[in-house]
Write a protein that binds this ligand. Structure first.
Ligand SMILES: Nc1nc2c(ncn2[C@@H]2O[C@H](COP(=O)(O)O[C@H]3[C@@H](O)[C@H](n4cnc5c(=O)[nH]c(N)nc54)O[C@@H]3COP(=O)(O)O)[C@@H](O)[C@H]2O)c(=O)[nH]1
Length: 721
């Protein structure tokens, strides 16, 4: 079959295909059966006719044998005369063995038939007769029943000797009639059977195709409705039933996968839009909601406030009490913040300890300030975090739409700027945004870009402040304190740029510079025969985020040639607690190399006695706020006493920072403090002025005036009486 036909069949609907197959099979088998039976019937009919002819010929032969022997044509003619009444016999000839026709009977109906012996004429020659008889015999052997007549050549014997031949021509009409009848019946039977087969196959194809079509329609339903909970009822237990089972199983699997996908999608949605720790909306969702709220507010001409909240000293809490406590604090803060706002407002966590809120339908700035004050009040009560109870404050910045800004970015930036101002104002307050604040922010950005160039331009300078032994009055070491000679703003103190350096990551480069400059200066002093002047360098907590602090310090020592024993590392209490395993190991190594490790601003952090004990620390420097207040506050006095006692019990050296008055000095002496540092001795001075600390006349006992200003670079310590 051509490929075109095949594809035509292949593309037929299933029920047509089934019908076609059934009908083809049925017709083919009927045809084969009909041909078989028709052939068999034809053969049988022909056989009967032949047998009749043979027995007739034998009878004629037997009766005409004596007539042939005795050459009696009349007797032979009489023998065949009764055949005239037999309509099926067309002609009968009795021939002598020499070829003479002794008797003949030709029926009138034989006129149409081309009888061979009749074609020879009325007196044929014996040879022609014999030749014609031979032809008839050969024809008879071929069973030529369809040539219009049948013939038979039968030899006649007398005493086992052939005496003649009987030739019979019979009419085959009856045979053909019978055959036609059989064929007609067969055809009719075929027709009836085909019709029956058609109806039967129609039923059968329905049995097969209906469930398949039903399944197909269910599939379409599922596909259109996307309802994978649909199940199809199995019509039977055969292969089609299995197909239904398979379909149902597939739906169950899709449903199950969809369920998982939905869960994952919901989870992703949650992750994409919510902060996993506090479950508050995250930055993305906050931006989105704020954008929508701004759109609404603009249409309804209403005001809206955006509030930025940043926890004060959150890093210290994280570093000292651990990240778990930090997390608990954030969760608790989130829950407190949510109590203040209405359901139409949004509280979000932007990241770290930064929270944002927007409140809708704000009547005026006072209204927004009330909310900010309420938020501020949330931090008045302590936070119970596991076993700890701590007080935490927050700095809050508030900005208003449309007054301060119109876009999400603008408003968030303003609220952030206002929050920074709240921090700068001593923290634990809220500040309403003011356009002037922008100028400060711009200044900050300018300062940051200046900062990056300052190293190249050699704008940093170190001042040194001495620490004096209270027993001997001698200077034990000098602390290197950086200053920035800003080309436009003049001499800037570290509090103007250290935090900015830390936030921008510049602190690493700056600390490297301070370390290198301080060490090479200390080496110079040594070479100037001032003796061994130990120099103390402040390391920022951010500096410890690099893992090669030790290598950086050693390479500076190697480059400058300073002995490790002449270097003191100062680190704040909060930095000490951060990354404690690493810091502890680092300090141990630095101490083993001979360096001194001091903890700066001690008392402001949260370190416990047991915690401190684990660190290889040489010196504790009591924060200057305690020294400043110790004369008027018994509490601060008690803290100073406790710190001194604790340090002594841990065999640590004690330095009191910020000593400005003789009273403070005397008190500290009484308490058994080892060293002091402060304006009473000297303000930080330029490197050249340091030499004076080491002359005998510049002894502690001569220092009296704490109020002198910080001297210009190169000036000598102004504290000498
Ligand atoms: N990471 C780094 N931090 C540094 C570096 N240089 C300084 N700093 C830190 O900056 C903070 C401010 O320092 P500074 O303005 O230099 O102030 C120091 C002294 O001037 C001041 N001081 C000393 N005595 C008195 C006093 O009697 N009264 C008074 N009101 N102030 C006084 O204290 C500062 C030194 O303090 P400390 O470091 O805690 O010993 C300051 O925290 C510096 O640490 C740097 O290179 N890297």
């Amino acid at each position: 079959m051509s490929p075109l036909r095949l594809s035509f069949v292949r593309n037929l609907p299933l029920k047509r295909k089934l019908m076609l197959i059934i009908m083809l099979c049925c017709c083919a088998s009927l045809l084969a059966a009909s041909i078989f039976f028709l052939t068999r019937d034809a053969k049988g009919l022909y056989q009967v006719q032949r047998e009749d002819l043979v027995s007739l010929a034998e009878i004629i032969g037997a009766n005409s044998a004596s007539a042939l022997v005795f050459d009696d044509p009349e007797s032979a003619q009489r023998t065949i005369a009764p055949l005239a009444s037999k309509r099926s016999i067309l002609a009968v000839y009795v021939l002598t063995s020499e070829g003479q026709i002794m008797a003949r009977h030709v029926a009138p109906e034989a006129g149409n038939a081309e009888l061979p012996l009749e074609r020879l004429g009325s007196s044929p020659s014996p040879a022609a007769v014999l030749a014609a008889v031979e032809t008839i015999r050969k024809t008879a052997e071929k069973n030529s029943a369809v040539s219009g007549f049948d013939c038979l050549v039968q030899p006649v014997y007398f005493d086992y000797e052939r005496v003649g031949t009987v030739v019979i021509h019979a009419d085959t009409e009856l045979f053909r009639k019978n055959l036609r009848w059989t064929a007609t019946v067969t055809l009719l039977f075929m027709l009836v059977t085909v019709i029956a087969a058609y109806f039967f196959s129609a039923k059968l194809q329905q049995m097969i195709s209906r469930p398949l079509l039903d399944l197909l329609s269910s599939m379409k339903d599922v596909s259109a409705s996307k309802n994978y909970a649909i199940r199809v009822a199995k019509p039977s237990d055969d292969e089609i039933g299995l197909l239904y089972d398979g379909f149902n199983e597939m739906l169950s699997e899709i449903e199950e996968r969809n369920q998982i996908l939905r869960q994952r999608q919901a989870h992703l949605q949650q992750l994409a839009h919510y902060d996993p720790l506090t479950r508050l909306p995250n930055r993305t969702l906050f931006y989105d909601r704020l954008a929508q709220a701004l759109y609404q507010a603009e249409r309804s001409r209403q005001a809206l406030s955006v509030i930025f909240i940043d926890l004060d000293h959150f890093k210290d809490i994280n570093d000292t009490l651990g990240h778990r406590t930090g997390d608990l604090l954030l969760i608790e803060v989130a829950s407190r913040l949510s109590t203040v706002v209405r359901s139409c407002d949004t509280v979000a966590r932007l990241g770290g300890d930064e929270f944002t809120i927007f409140t809708q339908n704000v009547v005026n700035a006072e209204n927004a300030a009330i909310v900010a004050a309420k938020l501020n009040g949330l931090f008045a009560k302590p936070f119970h975090l596991g076993e700890s109870e701590i007080y935490v404050t927050a700095s809050i910045g508030v900005t208003l739409f449309p007054h301060d800004g119109k876009t999400v970015d603008e408003l968030l930036m303003n609220a952030d700027i206002a929050m920074y101002h709240a921090k700068a104002c001593g923290k634990n307050v809220y500040k309403m945004f003011d356009r002037k604040m922008n100028e400060h922010a711009t200044e900050r950005v300018t300062l940051l870009s200046d900062l990056r160039l300052a190293l190249e331009r050699d704008e940093f300078v170190l001042h040194y402040q001495p620490k004096v032994d209270l027993l001997t009055g001698n200077v034990t070491s000098v602390e290197a304190l950086v200053r920035w000679m800003h080309p436009r703003l003049g001499m800037l103190a570290p509090d103007k740029f250290i935090r900015l350096s830390e936030e921008s990551g510049f602190i690493v480069e700056l600390t490297d510079w301070v370390l290198r400059t301080a060490c090479s200066q200390a080496k110079k002093w040594q070479e100037q025969n001032l003796g061994s002047v130990r120099v103390a360098v402040n390391l920022s907590p951010y500096h410890f985020q690099r893992q090669d602090v030790k290598e950086a310090i050693l390479s500076v020592l190697e480059a400058t040639g300073l002995e490790p024993a002449l270097l003191e590392i100062e680190i704040t209490e909060s930095a000490l607690m951060q990354n404690d395993e690493y810091t502890c190991a680092l300090f141990r190594e630095l101490r083993e190399l001979g360096m001194t490790i001091s903890v700066d601003d001690f008392g402001t952090g949260y370190s416990s006695l047991s915690y401190l004990h684990r660190f290889p620390i040489n010196t504790l420097k009591i924060d200057r706020t305690f020294i400043l207040n110790m004369m008027k506050s018994t509490e601060d006095q008690a803290i100073v006493t406790a710190i001194i006692a604790m340090a002594k019990s841990l065999n640590m050296q004690i330095v009191a920072e910020g000593v400005e008055t003789v009273d403070q000095l005397e008190k500290l002496k009484d308490q058994g403090c080892h060293e002091i540092q402060g304006f009473l001795v000297s303000r930080p001075v330029a490197a050249d002025a340091v030499t004076e600390f080491f002359t005998p006349e510049n002894h502690l006992h001569q220092h009296t005036d704490p109020a002198q200003p910080e001297p210009p670079q190169g000036a000598s310590p102004a504290t000498r009486p």
